[in-house]
Design a protein around this ligand. Structure first.
Ligand SMILES: NC(=O)c1ccc[n+]([C@@H]2O[C@H](COP(=O)([O-])OP(=O)(O)OC[C@H]3O[C@@H](n4cnc5c(N)ncnc54)[C@H](OP(=O)(O)O)[C@@H]3O)[C@@H](O)[C@H]2O)c1
Length: 294
């Protein structure tokens, strides 16, 4: 019998990527894709109602407050979405027995490490966004629901606005591009993350407790490396220059080092290398960029 997966925030980068792969799983799962217009996750009664009425087996939360710099001055709203609304989902999951898959961030770490962060390493977020996302993780653990928390980083896709689309735009409008070269991490293609979340359902969906995973593409690069490769693969000629973070001040502090240890995820999922995933998806991103498709 088909199981039901409720996806929240389905119009975002991850949500649209889940919509893209859903047909591959249609024999096994019925997907309910919702966004704020059909299910506002800050509304506990609405979340409860839908989880119960639709007999939800799995709940994937792709909704979040993701404007990292804006969050520094929009604190209440960031916490409303990243903590309170997540607590609502966890409450509904606990009450119905549904398995909750929630996505979190590398920004729960302070970036002072020099070896990849493991899932149980101490957290120490330095931005409002990171703190609010960590508060959401805590709410899930405290709710007593079953589920998985998947931390990811540097998400991009053919959808919405992201670093790849920004680089394409800047390459077409600037004489050169300055990109920070002292922040190290790894990009994540949202489509790869979406497939990993489906693998988590297969791997852990019937288990108790809350698991933690880290998921990015494989590799270790700087934003400058990423920008250079995007411009190279896109066949653009705009020069890319490395700059230090101190020359590009932003309201929110970013971790200098946010490489995530992937060993637990790799044990049951074949994670693509970052460059391989970029090559696979760049033509679609360029098409959407050139046709103003978000
Ligand atoms: N983007 C990154 O680089 C990055 C890095 C690390 C971790 N993550 C995490 O990865 C996850 C997915 O990120 P993403 O980039 O796919 O996010 P996104 O593109 O910003 O999508 C979030 C979606 O949630 C929706 N939403 C907002 N308020 C809502 C509400 N009250 N109820 C239901 N839906 C609501 C948004 O709608 P509106 O657009 O209408 O507001 C949007 O469609 C998030 O948990 C994020 O924290 C992202």
């Amino acid at each position: 019998m088909q199981k039901t997966i409720l996806v929240t925030g389905a119009n975002g980068q991850l949500g649209k990527s889940l919509q893209q792969i859903a047909p591959d799983f249609s024999g096994q799962f019925r997907f309910l894709f919702t966004d704020v217009d059909t299910l506002d996750i800050t509304d506990l009664a609405a979340v409860r109602r839908m989880a119960q009425a639709e007999n939800v087996d799995f709940l994937i939360n792709a909704a979040a407050y993701t404007a990292v710099d804006k969050a520094e001055s929009d604190i209440e709203f960031a916490y409303l979405l990243n903590e309170k609304a997540v607590a609502n989902l966890a409450t509904a999951a606990k009450e119905t027995g549904a398995f909750l898959i929630h996505v979190s961030t590398d920004y729960v770490f302070d970036g002072q490490a020099s070896v990849p962060y493991r899932t149980n390493d101490p957290t120490n977020p330095t931005s409002v966004y990171g703190k609010s996302k960590l508060a959401g993780e805590t709410a899930i653990v405290q709710s007593g629901c079953r589920g998985a928390i998947v931390r990811t980083a540097w998400l991009y896709s053919p959808y919405g606005n992201n670093f790849v689309k920004t680089m394409l735009r800047l390459a077409d409008t600037k004489e050169f591009i300055n990109v920070v070269s002292d922040q190290t991490g790894c990009p994540t293609l949202a489509l790869d993350l979406a497939r990993f979340l489906m693998a988590v359902i297969a791997h852990d969906g019937a288990t108790e407790g809350v698991k933690r995973y880290h998921f990015t593409n494989k590799g270790r690069i700087t934003w400058f490396d990423f920008a250079s490769e995007i411009i190279r693969q896109a066949g653009k000629t705009c020069p890319v220059h490395p700059i230090p973070t101190s020359s590009y001040p932003t309201p929110a502090t970013r971790p200098a080092f946010s490489v995530l240890d992937l060993s637990e995820s790799e044990a049951f999922f074949d994670i693509p290398d970052w460059k391989e995933s970029l090559t696979k998806v760049l033509p679609e991103i360029i098409y959407n960029y050139e046709h103003n498709i978000f």
